[in-house]
Write a protein that binds this ligand. Structure first.
Ligand code: COA
Ligand code: AMP
Length: 629
């Protein structure tokens, strides 16, 4: 059977395909129903009962993997490394699950996790899964405003955080940001558990508890796995839309575990017992799925890397990790490879390492440009595989399924549709286009297991955001085309969502931070092309009447605005350029023409809508916009 046949079978008879895949998990009650249709909603394995933590840890310990390494924490920024066997990780997780219980966390309660890339992040996530609590991890690079909206929406009983994170150039104090976020949120967690790090311990207040004290042997009773319905949420992960209000992507338990276990071996080609390195962050979906859940559900060894692809200490960092830990495959973002290429264009540092264990490099998170693909392919001499996915889907929508069959690679394409995904390109009226024609990339419902069933406590927003444009289809928000061989080419977002160094950010959040400045009347943020980060934001601000800064004051104001975005949204937003302008181009109904401005900045053909209010405003901005980042 070819891979194409497999895809066809998964679409024509999803029950048989996924029912078979579900047998790789240990269920408390084996599901009798594979897929329940409540169109436009779908439930995977609705009568199945399981525990995801049991599947990620306990069953491996029972099955003889107790002494196998489950997690390798490798932290060049602190100069430390720690290994956890499956038995040790289980012990820590059961203990922290007991702590959460002791703090009053029950099945269905939320726990926000705001941590750097340290083992406590993985332990906290699995501890939630163990007791049926819903975790919501917030990326450590987000500042108080972003953290606050997530706390407000998720309403956690407990927040788990650390005193600090460590970036190559500075120590990032997490605790003051957490305190500020809680101050801003109308919902207050009952407790905050703080991991004190020696690089900068925090002063603990009334609400704060010290992780280390809670985790002392015999401090609290450990907790066993609880039975969880397959459709119960495992986590909520917030992702950026175009507004400042992030979307709470809900992940179910059973469908996700089935899809991830299947994908690890069949798509990524990783077998139980093998080591794999995924250089993302647990705050992003790639980190949730392929640092934590998929490798552990598989009984593989996962590397948790607290460092960067360059500068910790050099551009050979990834090669060291692969050699030292014997990784059979690695996963990162194209921007990381571009950063390595920039520092070490001839890949000279590779000569210092033995990468014979490496079979494949996977890249995702943003478009993999053919130059970067070629460079990595030449340097590593192994297949370099692009894969396209979103927080919403939880695992790849398109990929070259090397675990089943290594298909030809087409640079610039993220590969053919994955098993279970019916990828269609639609024109504005919702009609599928011919091969090679660009349009809105959509997924015909039902989506496979592991993908979002809805948005957190907001079915209507789920329908409005994703399902209402083309009934029967999920709107991905990405544009592109499919060629005659079924290979998908992603050309970029069709909305104003930014993708900066593989980080998905909202124009709305950055605009809100800018608009909060007392001198700003209105503003627009656009994402423009950048050779290293793929995209970086640029801001155009209109000042309030009467605010007329001279050159020096204008410079100060621009600096203030950049600082404001760092403090509110986070340094990852990487806003460096703010232009003060007279007016913003709009349609007659008042919509700011961000896309047109972006096209001008990128030097692309700019499509000026006929509904533009005053074309002279746009023309007046051309000089400012041209020249890109
Ligand atoms: N906590 C606190 N601050 C963070 C952070 C975190 N977890 N992550 C990043 N930041 C800060 C950085 O310190 C930096 O601050 P600075 O402006 O004061 O220097 C800023 O946010 C921007 O960081 P970053 O995006 O990492 O850019 P960079 O220029 O420092 O490094 C790369 C460039 C390419 C090396 C880096 O972006 C990278 O490793 N990208 C891979 C991204 C990735 O894996 N994405 C996941 C998708 S699969
Ligand atoms: P996130 O939800 O943070 O994973 O970001 C998802 C978005 O990143 C997608 O909608 C795409 O715009 C972009 N993206 C992710 N992977 C790829 C890829 N392989 N090629 C092109 N764009 C990608």
């Amino acid at each position: 059977m070819t891979y194409q046949d497999l895809v066809a079978n998964s679409l024509s008879d999803p029950e048989t395909f996924w029912g078979e895949a579900a047998k790789d998990l240990t269920w408390i009650h084996q599901p009798k129903t594979v897929l329940a249709d409540r169109a436009p909603f779908y439930d995977w394995f609705p009568d199945g009962v399981l525990n995801v933590c049991y599947n990620a840890l306990d069953r491996h310990v029972i099955d003889g993997r107790a002494d196998q390494t489950a997690l390798i924490y490798d932290s060049p920024v602190t100069g430390s490394q720690r290994r956890y066997t499956y038995a040790e990780l289980l012990d820590q997780v059961a203990r922290f699950a007991g702590v959460l219980r002791h703090l009053g966390v029950e099945k269905g309660d939320r726990v926000v996790i705001y941590l750097p890339m340290i083992p406590e992040a993985v332990i906290s996530m699995l501890a939630c899964a163990r007791i049926g609590a819903v975790h919501s991890v917030v990326f450590g690079g987000f500042a108080p405003a972003e953290l606050a909206v997530r706390i407000e929406d998720a309403e956690p009983k407990v927040v788990v955080s650390a005193s600090c994170g460590i970036e190559p150039t500075r120590v990032v104090e997490y605790k003051p940001m957490l305190d500020e976020a809680i101050r801003r949120s109308s919902h207050k967690p009952e407790h905050t558990v703080i991991v004190q790090r020696e690089q900068s311990p925090a002063d603990l207040g009334e609400r704060d508890l010290d992780w280390k004290l809670l985790m002392k042997p015999d401090a609290v009773a450990t907790a066993e796995c609880v039975a969880v319905q397959s459709t119960d949420p495992l986590y909520v992960l917030y992702t950026s839309g175009t507004t400042g209000r992030p979307k709470g992507i809900v992940r179910d338990s059973g469908g996700y575990a089935v899809a991830l276990r299947w994908s690890m071996t069949n798509l990524y080609g990783v077998q139980p017992g093998e080591t794999w390195f995924c250089g993302s962050d647990v705050g992003w979906v790639v980190g949730h799925s392929y640092i934590v859940y998929a490798p552990l559900l598989t009984g593989a060894t996962t590397v948790l890397y607290e460092g960067k692809p360059v500068g910790t200490p050099d551009a050979g960092a990834y090669w060291r990790l692969i050699q030292e830990h014997g990784a059979v495959a690695a996963f990162s973002a194209p921007t990381a490879i571009r950063a390595i290429k920039k520092m070490d264009p001839d890949a000279a540092l590779l000569a210092d390492y033995d990468l014979s264990s490496l079979r494949t490099l996977f890249l995702a998170g943003e478009r993999l440009d053919p130059d970067t693909w070629q460079w990595a392919t030449d340097a590593l001499g192994v297949p370099v595989i692009d894969n396209w996915w979103q927080t919403e889907t939880g695992w790849p929508i398109t990929i070259n399924p090397v675990g089943i069959e290594a298909l030809p690679i087409k640079p610039g394409s993220s590969g053919p549709a994955t098993v279970g995904y019916d990828v269609q390109v639609l024109d504005p009226s919702g009609v599928p286009v011919e091969a090679g024609v660009e349009g809105a990339i959509c997924l015909k419902q039902p989506l496979p297991p592991g993908t979002l069933p809805t948005l957190w406590r907001d079915d209507q927003r789920y329908v409005d955001s994703y399902l209402s444009a083309f009934p029967g289809y999920y709107l991905s928000g990405d544009g592109g085309y499919v060629d005659d061989d079924g290979y998908v080419f992603i050309m970029g977002r069709t909305d104003d969502v930014l993708n900066v160094a593989g980080h998905r950010l909202s124009t709305g959040s950055i605009e809100e931070a800018l608009a909060g400045h007392p001198s700003v009347a209105e503003c627009a943020v656009i994402g423009v092309r950048d050779a290293l980060k793929g995209q970086v934001p640029r801001a155009l601000v209109v000042l309030k009447a009467g605010v007329e800064p001279d050159e020096q004051a204008g410079e100060e104001l621009r600096r203030d605005l950049v600082q404001r975005v760092r403090a509110e949204v986070g340094a990852v937003a990487a806003l460096n350029r703010v232009d003060i302008v007279e007016a913003l181009p709009k349609t007659r109904s008042g919509k700011i023409l961000r896309k047109t401005m972006r096209q001008i900045a990128d030097g692309d053909e700019a499509l000026v809508p006929s509904t533009i209010e005053d074309v002279s405003v746009l023309d007046g901005l051309r000089g400012v916009l041209e020249g890109g980042a």
